[in-house]
Design a protein around this ligand. Structure first.
Ligand code: BES
Ligand code: ZN
Length: 900
């Protein structure tokens, strides 16, 4: 991030040019001091023979420059803004040495980019452009160098000194001024772009384990944390071991280092970072114990540990040529971590649950992004601030693009493609084109290879395609004809779209709910037995041998990131809900039924219905809840109504209060109408005692938690004291955080009087557990609004002695939970929510633009709002945009939001 000096600079993908110099080696010496750290940077450079001779322009930010030497002698240089320009470098192609000495102030670094101090420990964060805050450099991913790093610091305060690669030397420093100081020297055996550089220095302890990989090589795996946290590292370390094993088994990719370290910090802008051999993690994705972490936390830790580990190959060994190619590593690595989590599931149903959760993220966060002012292709064409493009589109939609490739070439074909990708590009900085080409070339007979240019539109065109499906049964001809038509709405800068290549996995159900054998008139049009490939604006597929009208089950497993529109009757959807062999579509049928009812109530004239649900829907839900073989985790997902934000996306004009009121009415109705069933669900699934591990028991806890919420909601209507009392008791007696937090949440979200007491008790119990306090703050800021009570509560929370705006986790726990995750409370007719938002965006922007810019996106979809919300939101955004010293990050978000 940079604060704007004059007009903003737009970076364009088409302007990519290779670097005029290569940096082959980097030797860094750090004298670590929170107030003034000295950095000696000695590099070996040479001119890039493929580029016309020109000056060397080194990126830098907030550095104090003390000395520049070329081959040991002084040289002329000048500053162009923050850029260090060297014009008189040696001519010719021989390597030369460049030495740069700078200082910086880690303790003043509130942005948490570059070198900073968190609780007395030094950390770095360099992706995307943070290395330039440590030393002058060609801060771009296509410049890959070999690093040697020496850390020098006070031994008592910083006993542990870590950097990338192997520790080759360490000991006490000698000589005057070095009393009590020590050093460590690290050499990274692999070339890397500077965004993967890391160092950590502090008083930390590690849990470690040695593993032997398939090839017989031994590796040391370590998880570093603060002294008191060692007991919470078992799950992270075992997740790391599982990741190592999985990547070898599934992709034949072994760990290429003797030592692999994870270090946790409580001050981190993001979730985690894949620095070579030295991953740095937000504590949220490392620390877990039964007492402090929920089942969701455990699952997240497993997948984030996996994600960063998998980057070691997809991202680090093969990296991005430029930041427009970010999805090359992020989309692919999200796909890999999703597959990892699914492969660790022991039942097909648990796999489906994971898939449903992933799709839910895509639809509630990425679809709105793709329809809003920040819409961009998976491979963007331009940016002002790259940090703003670490988005759900690049990540989640990018992962779906990779998944579609796997669907088109099959699992084995995809493995062949990955093998070819590494054969061709190991050690290189490449593009999304290179990746797609490798997968296609390894599968020459696939639909992907045949239509690669069409497929690649997923990388270049923004927006969520809409597929309209129409089915026609011909009794005389025994055929069922499916017509699929696609379109894609315009997005900023892209008015017209070409057709996408869309794999549509299908099934046809008979009257008993069984899958009919699929036979197409044009047999070649069916890929892998069940997938239609739509690549034109409209196509027809004729199924033969059909004796009675089937119920179509389309886009099974969510085989493409599209909106599927099809006029199925309630009866057909209920049939799918009861019978579909594809668990994703079974869940989806329930969501469609619920959505249909929500939209009807929202769009009806007059005051919204207090009972939007009909008997048919309620009975369908009852059947799912009581189903003898479906498992609990699936039931919990199926009985969860579509989120307010997802419902809002289906409307042209959104009254958030009305959406909230209708969804709450639906919840209340489900709570009352299924009361006996919720009691049954609770009695049947609640276990006492410690949380058993595994998805099965986690599912039981999730359903139990939902039952309690419903029973507390019902109790609120009937003034019945038993269930709130039981919930409070369960809250007190719980043997694990999942059960305890679910009980607390049931009381809070149903507005029970006991909630206040429970919250107070919870705070007292966990006052020293930062990650648990985050949950405590988040629960209150995210609670359902009752007559405008949440905003005053939020303002009050900000004055709580445990609230710290500068700690990103704590800031997010209140501000994001309120502004981004609680639409019913945030969108107030008096505009007070928006005023609050604008104050906080500006306040945070002054010290941490990355966090501020994420918060700024809470109003992305303001144009969809009904009055008076719309005008009030625009005013709030304009107020932020009018500030003179905004960061590039926030400036880009708010100006895009205001653009036509
Ligand atoms: N490379 C990113 C971390 C990152 C993100 C650095 C943005 C700089 C800017 C890392 O691999 C990542 O993707 N982390 C995610 C979590 C992951 C499991 C999706 C994150 O931090 O949110
Ligand atoms: Zn990543």
């Amino acid at each position: 991030m940079t604060f704007r000096e004059g007009p903003v600079t737009i970076v364009r993908r088409e302007d990519y040019a290779p670097p005029p110099f290569w940096i082959d080696t980097v030797d860094l010496v750090f004298d670590l001091d929170p107030a003034k750290t000295r950095v000696l940077n000695r590099m070996r450079l040479r001119r890039n023979p493929d580029v016309a001779p020109q000056a060397l322009r080194l990126d830098g930010e907030d550095l104090n420059l003390a000395r520049v030497l070329v081959n040991g002698a002084g040289t002329s240089f000048r500053m162009d803004g923050q850029t260090l320009v060297l014009e008189n470098l040696p001519e010719g192609n021989d390597p030369f040495e460049l030495e740069i000495f700078t200082t910086c102030a880690p303790e003043k670094n509130t942005q948490l980019m570059g070198l900073y101090v968190s609780q007395g420990t030094f950390f770095t964060q360099c992706e995307a452009e943070g290395f330039r805050r440590i030393t002058y450099f060609l801060d771009r991913p296509d410049v890959m160098a070999s690093y040697t790093v020496t850390l020098r610091a006070d031994k008592r305060q910083y006993p542990v000194l870590l950097s990338n690669g192997n520790l080759v030397e360490s000991g006490d420093l000698e000589g005057p001024g070095n009393e009590g100081r020590h050093y460590a020297k690290w050499v990274d055996p692999h070339r890397k772009p500077c965004y993967l550089f890391a160092l950590v220095a502090g008083n930390l302890v590690a849990r470690e384990q040695r593993v032997v990989s398939r090839s017989g090589r031994e590796h040391l795996l370590q998880v570093y944390v603060r002294q008191g946290d060692l007991g919470k590292t078992e799950h992270a370390l075992s997740s790391l071991v599982k990741s190592v094993i999985w990547d070898e088994a599934r992709f034949g990719l072994s760990l290429d280092l003797d030592r692999f370290m994870i270090v946790a910090t409580s001050d981190f802008n993001m979730g985690a970072m894949e620095n070579k051999g030295l991953n740095i993690f937000n504590t949220k994705y490392v620390l877990a114990s039964q007492a402090t972490a929920t089942d969701t936390d455990y699952a997240n830790i497993e997948s984030v540990v996996g994600h960063e580990y998998f980057h070691n190959w997809t991202g680090n060994r093969i990296t991005c040529r430029d930041w427009f190619q970010l999805s090359l590593k992020e989309g692919l690595t999200v796909f890999r971590d999703q597959e990892f989590s699914m492969d660790l599931c022991t039942t097909p149903s648990a796999r489906a649950v994971k898939r449903i959760e992933d799709v839910r993220v895509l639809r509630t966060a990425q679809f709105p992004e793709d329809a809003g002012p920040m819409a961009h292709p998976v491979r963007p064409d331009s940016y002002v601030e790259i940090n703003n493009f670490y988005t759900v589109t690049v990540y989640e939609k990018g992962a779906e693009v990779v998944r579609m490739m796997q669907t088109l070439v099959g699992r084995e074909g995809f493995r062949r493609g990955m093998d070819l990708y590494f054969q061709r590009h190991d050690g290189q900085a490449v593009t999304c084109d290179d990746f797609a080409q490798a997968i296609a070339d390894a599968n020459p007979d696939s639909e992907l290879a045949r239509q690669l240019p069409v497929f690649k539109r997923w990388y270049s065109q923004a927006g969520t395609p809409r597929v309209q499906a129409r089915g026609e049964f011909d009794a005389a001809a025994h055929t069922y004809t499916l017509t699929l038509t696609q379109s894609c709405p315009p997005t900023p800068g892209q008015a017209d779209k070409q057709p996408f290549l869309i794999p549509v996995a299908v099934g046809l159900l008979d009257a008993h709910g069984r899958d009919l054998p699929l036979q197409l008139q044009d047999a070649a049009a069916l890929t892998h037995g069940n997938t239609l490939v739509l690549s034109q604006a409209s196509q027809q597929f004729v199924f033969t041998g059909i004796d009675a009208e089937p119920v179509p089950s389309l886009l099974r497993g969510f085989s493409a990131p599209v909106v599927l529109a099809m006029d199925l009757s309630d009866a057909q959807l209920l049939h799918l809900l009861a019978h579909d062999s594809d668990p994703f579509n079974r869940w989806e049928a329930g969501q469609r039924l619920a959505l249909r009812r929500a939209l009807a109530a929202i769009q009806a004239d007059g005051a919204p219905a207090t009972e939007p649900l009909d008997a048919g829907f309620i009975e369908g839900m009852r059947a799912v809840l009581r189903h003898p073989t479906l498992d609990a985790a699936f039931k919990e997902l199926a009985l969860t109504l579509p989120a307010e934000s997802y419902i809002a996306e289906q409307l042209d004009v959104v009254d958030p209060q009305r959406v909230h009121t209708v969804r709450e009415a639906m919840r209340r109705q489900l709570a009352l109408a299924l009361h006996a069933d919720w009691v049954w669900a609770y009695e049947e699934h609640h276990d006492n005692g410690a949380a058993g591990p595994g998805a099965l028991s986690a599912g039981r806890r999730a359903l139990t938690g939902m039952a309690l919420t419903m029973l507390c909601l019902a109790a609120r209507e009937t003034n019945e004291p038993i269930w709130p009392g039981r919930t409070y008791q369960r809250f007190k007696d719980a043997g694990n955080m999942t059960d305890r937090f679910n009980a607390l949440s049931a009381l809070v979200s149903s507005g029970q009087p006991l909630a206040a007491q429970a919250l107070e008790r919870f705070h007292a119990m966990f006052k020293d557990e930062a990650l648990v306090l985050d949950k405590w703050f988040a629960l209150q800021a995210g609670a359902p609004d009752r007559g405008g009570d949440i905003l005053p509560r939020v303002r009050q929370l900000l004055t709580h002695p445990d609230f710290h705006l500068r700690n990103p986790n704590r800031a997010r726990s209140v501000l994001f939970s309120y502004c981004s995750a609680n639409p019913g409370a945030f969108h107030r007719p008096d505009a007070a929510g928006y005023v609050f938002w604008s104050e906080k965006v500006v306040e945070i922007d002054a010290f941490n633009p990355q966090v501020a810019a994420r918060l700024a996106r809470a109003l992305d979809r303001w144009k969809k709002l009904a009055e008076p919300y719309r005008s009030a939101a625009r005013e709030a955004i304009a107020r932020v945009a009018a500030k003179s010293d905004l960061s590039n990050d926030v400036h880009e978000v708010v100006t895009r939001a205001l653009a036509d």
